[in-house]
Design a protein around this ligand. Structure first.
Ligand SMILES: Cc1cc2nc3c(=O)[nH]c(=O)nc-3n(C[C@H](O)[C@H](O)[C@H](O)COP(=O)(O)OP(=O)(O)OC[C@H]3O[C@@H](n4cnc5c(N)ncnc54)[C@H](O)[C@@H]3O)c2cc1C
Length: 411
């Protein structure tokens, strides 16, 4: 039997995240939407809170420049190692915490100190010594390049072995928290002739003189979260900063580390679910103020079109939420979840964007104006359907998995 109740053990975590979302995120939402690139000082006060959430499992090494999931090998899942198959652990805690935080403000959540997608890669492939050096530090992730977005195998940044150092050269764009994080996990190729197997993650200290900040992007949404572009100019790093094996193994390498995203995609789905819930809640209030009551028992023809539409959006939202919960639960139980993770991200990214825009429309001119956060949420939510794999790429992954095709067979 499927139990759709939220596990009671997560109630304190959810309450804590909701408190942060209300008191700090919502309270500063508009301020940092307007002051793009200003550092949200209020988040520093969260350091202790983050530790608390982290201890509760909500924020371990996470998603798209954000919070999240345990290593694919389950190393970080061990903390909640109940033997039975109904285990709800770090992935579920992260998802539930993120939904609350993003109900508050997804941009500020992405800007939270000490978080970052880089930690997901570190957690997944670092050895014991690297975990000690890098674990718990604020780490951004730099995969994307001008010619390598969805097709990350096209990475051109190179890493050349030179004595006891690797020398990195290339350009990275769209690095979430790139100018604020302490570490950047840079993906570079050891040998461009050997394709994706030669692509490896390298940890670069942000203060490294060979890592040059080119610019911060000005964006449609999530303006509280900085997005950086870098140039790597003969950037020397110790050989011990390569994460995982230096061997170029055709069958593992890149693919193995990319599985990190099976755990982080449900978390990005959770971000969209949080923003969409904020939209739905506010729209319900605005509809009520306009005298439109939502009656779940009445047939569609007997209530206003706006109420019918609202109910349809809620059911779509619930479907997205359940898919994300399923994918996170599978990760906690060490079940292969590539299919469910991509389904969850595709569904939530699309549904979140649609709900936010429909809520703006339902609220009319009020929804479009800066007097409401609805217009901001409609801008913020879009990125959740783009980063960590776009809508189209998630659908491609789902199709490949369902049809049993390789990436070479179905592009
Ligand atoms: C605000 C922001 C933050 C980001 N943060 C990070 C970060 O921290 N680290 C990082 O490495 N990257 C980050 N990214 C980059 C992000 O992951 C990429 O933008 C994304 O993967 C898409 O790549 P692209 O922009 O090059 O688009 P492209 O890959 O050029 O795609 C353009 C369009 O074509 C579609 N498309 C591409 N290939 C196919 C195909 N085979 N079939 C069908 N359609 C296809 C895409 O879905 C998209 O609609 C961030 C981006 C943004 C905007």
């Amino acid at each position: 039997m499927i139990n759709l109740e939220t596990p009671p053990k997560f109630a304190p975590l959810i309450a804590q995240a909701r408190h942060v979302a209300t008191e700090i995120f919502r309270a500063n939402s508009r301020k940092y939407d307007r002051a793009e690139h200003a550092y949200p000082r209020e988040l520093d006060m969260l350091a202790a809170m983050i530790e608390g959430l982290s201890d509760g499992g909500a924020l371990d090494g996470a998603g798209a420049g954000a919070v999240g999931g345990a290593g694919h090998d389950g190393r970080h899942n061990g903390r909640h190692a109940e033997p039975e198959a109904v285990r709800n652990g770090t992935n579920m805690a992260s998802l539930l915490g993120l939904i609350e935080l993003c109900w508050g403000d997804v941009g500020l959540m992405l800007a939270m100190p000490r978080q970052g997608l880089g930690q997901a890669a570190i957690a997944a492939v670092a050895n014991r010594e690297q975990l000690q050096r890098f674990g718990g530090r604020w780490a951004a992730m730099a995969i994307t390049e001008a010619e390598a977005g969805s097709d990350s195998a096209a990475i051109r940044t190179t890493a050349r072995l030179d004595g006891d150092a690797y020398v990195l050269n290339g350009e990275k764009i769209y690095v979430t928290s790139g100018a604020r994080a302490e570490l950047i996990v840079v993906w570079a190729t050891l040998d461009r002739t050997q394709g994706r197997a030669a692509i490896k993650p390298f940890v670069v200290e942000r203060e490294n003189p060979g890592l040059k900040l080119e610019r911060l992007e000005r964006k449609l949404g999530i303006r509280a979260s900085d997005t950086a572009a870098f140039r790597l100019d003969d950037c020397r790093i110790p050989t011990e900063n390569l994460l995982g094996s230096p061997e170029i193994e055709a069958r593992r390498g890149f693919g193995g580390a990319m599985q990190t995203f099976d755990n982080t995609r449900p978390l990005v789905a959770g971000m969209a679910i949080g923003v969409a819930r904020a939209c739905l809640e506010r729209t319900r209030e605005l509809l009520a103020q306009a005298g439109i009551a939502i009656d779940y028992d009445a047939p569609p023809h007997s209530q206003p079109a706006a109420a019918c539409e609202f109910i349809a959006m809620e059911s779509d939202w619930e479907a997205a939420r359940l898919l994300a919960l399923q994918a996170a639960w599978m990760a906690d139980n060490r079940r292969p979840n590539s299919l469910q993770s991509s389904m969850a991200k595709a569904k939530a990214g699309r549904t979140g964007t649609e709900i936010a825009l429909r809520c703006v429309a339902l609220a009319g001119s009020v929804g479009y104006g800066e007097g409401e956060l609805l217009e901001k949420w409609a801008r913020d939510v879009k990125i959740l359907d783009i980063f960590e794999g776009t809508q189209q790429i998630q659908q491609l992954i789902v199709a490949r998995l369902l049809l049993g095709k390789t990436s070479a067979e179905l592009k």
